[in-house]
Design a protein around this ligand. Structure first.
Ligand SMILES: CN(C)C(=N)NCCC[C@H](N)C(=O)O
Length: 288
């Protein structure tokens, strides 16, 4: 099994993650709290109340976990294509796989990465939703002192299963949308690259950016539900399950609730995924 894809997936994911985390914090707050009037209001309030550091809350754990999560996504994607089409990454430019195979490989990568991502994503969302200013002497301590304390508290209070709260919504979100992600990327690269050649850096940047936007637009409805399920149970349980969360969110806030955070998700998705795909392709060509 070629391991380069796993390593390239890890490094490229980490680069994208640092770039996109401030956008991600704003998105999570907009999806789970009703105190903000919009993106700008949320940014201003975070900055005033929590300083620049507020935008980077909950980032250390995703950085640590991206090694597992992104390498599983890209590694499983590429190795599933290897099984389906008997072509390696290098051979795929000359013998491009069908879109059905790309979609199936993307869904497989998305499904398996969601399982690895679930506990890390839960901790990230819980930390991002703490609005107390960081490191200010005299101010009341936040519920969670950091990622390890957060994981330990969830485990103590809710058991092992508590760490997987929202995991179903996460899997439903990521399985089909990772198919969309890789299809968009491959489709755009093929469209703008002469047959048999490697796509240029500009093509990879643009195709990666649009793949990110397309997958996040498709993923946003379940992303909202996932974040709400993850915050549920903090004080008392509100939702019985994914469906109940969908129904009661729509009843209370209308259908627009499914598009909460779609603008910030898309604004974040372009640079993050442009950088992720550029570094991924670059590293594989370097080692190829
Ligand atoms: C849930 N969806 C749609 C995705 N995860 N899409 C792929 C983008 C992955 C990238 N690490 C990012 O965070 O944008």
């Amino acid at each position: 099994m070629p391991v380069e894809e796993f390593v390239a997936g890890w490094i490229s994911g980490a680069l994208g993650l640092v770039l996109g985390h401030p956008f991600d914090t704003v998105k999570v707050r907009l999806q789970t709290q009703t105190t903000y009037r919009g993106i700008v209001d949320c940014m201003v309030k975070i900055y005033r109340h929590e300083s620049l550091l507020g935008f980077f809350k909950g980032m250390s754990f995703p950085i640590a976990s991206i090694a597992v999560v992104n390498s599983v996504l890209f590694g499983v994607y590429s190795n599933t294509l290897l099984v389906l089409t008997a072509t390696s990454h290098q051979e795929r430019r000359a013998q491009p796989p069908s879109y059905t195979h790309i979609f199936l490989a993307g869904c497989t990568g998305g499904f398996l990465q969601a399982y690895c991502l679930a506990p890390f994503d839960l901790i990230k969302v819980r930390l991002q939703n703490q609005t107390e200013p960081m490191a200010q002497p005299g101010s009341p301590p936040p519920q969670y002192r950091g990622p390890v304390h957060c994981a330990a508290s969830i485990f103590r209070e809710e058991g092992y299963r508590g760490l997987f709260r929202g995991a179903w919504a996460l899997m439903l979100r990521d399985t089909p949308t990772m198919g969309v992600y890789f299809i968009t990327y491959e489709g755009l690269c093929r469209q703008y690259t002469p047959e048999g050649q490697n796509p240029s850096s500009a093509t990879v940047l643009v195709a990666g950016g649009f793949a990110g936007i397309a997958s996040w637009v498709a993923a946003t409805p379940l992303d909202v539900i996932k974040s709400r399920m993850q915050m549920d149970g903090l004080r008392r349980r509100v939702y019985q399950g994914v469906l109940d969360c969908m129904v009661s969110s729509v009843r209370q806030e209308g259908l627009g609730v499914f598009f909460r955070g779609v603008t910030i998700n898309s604004a974040r998705a372009f640079p993050v995924n442009a950088v992720t795909f550029l570094s991924y392709e670059y590293l594989l060509r370097l080692w190829g």
